[in-house]
Design a protein around this ligand. Structure first.
Ligand code: HEM
Length: 132
């Protein structure tokens, strides 16, 4: 299956070694409730997990059903029944923080791509919330 424009954009972002660091810099400051959630986090592990989590979200968006296995697991840990109990009101901050980071790190970023990114991330977040 061919790579989507968003997957190609993520590929360009991944070439920037600072991409995931920058995401967490922005995300942890985006809302007062978010920073404290990561106070005991092993960020070496977390950054690897998030890098593959985002790739999986983009696979879901481009119709690769196998992404659901990983997203179901993330949905379980992040749900109100899981150990993280992430309030749904905080997901827009996750989407906006990732988009702000892509804007900074993708040298070929353009407004049309922003719409595609936002739709792909919203689809992934909706999946995580509805399967939690
Ligand atoms: C408001 C949105 C979110 C918040 C506040 C949040 C918060 C967290 C926290 C606190 C952890 C545990 C870190 C630790 O081990 O100390 C975690 C783990 C993780 N998060 Fe999120 N998260 C959010 C959204 C997402 C989304 C949308 C994804 C999808 C890519 C994601 C992927 C992961 C992954 C892969 C882990 C590693 C553990 C696991 O696989 O469950 N998170 N998150």
């Amino acid at each position: 299956m061919a790579e989507s424009e968003v997957e190609k954009s993520y590929g360009r972002c991944a070439l920037n070694s600072k991409f995931i660091d920058r995401f967490y810099e922005i995300f942890l400051k985006s809302h007062p409730d978010i920073g404290p959630m990561f106070k005991n986090t092993d960020f070496v592990k977390q950054k690897v997990a998030l890098r593959s989590g985002v790739a999986t979200m983009l696979m879901l968006d481009s119709g690769k059903a196998m992404a659901k296995v990983t997203l179901d697991r993330i949905a379980a840990t992040h749900s109100q029944k899981g150990n993280l109990k992430i309030p749904h009101k905080l997901y827009p901050y996750w989407i906006d923080s990732l988009l702000a980071t892509v804007k900074e790190c993708d040298p070929e970023f353009k407004p049309a791509l922003e719409l595609q990114w936002r739709s792909a991330l919203q689809k992934g977040v909706d999946y995580i919330i509805s399967h939690g």
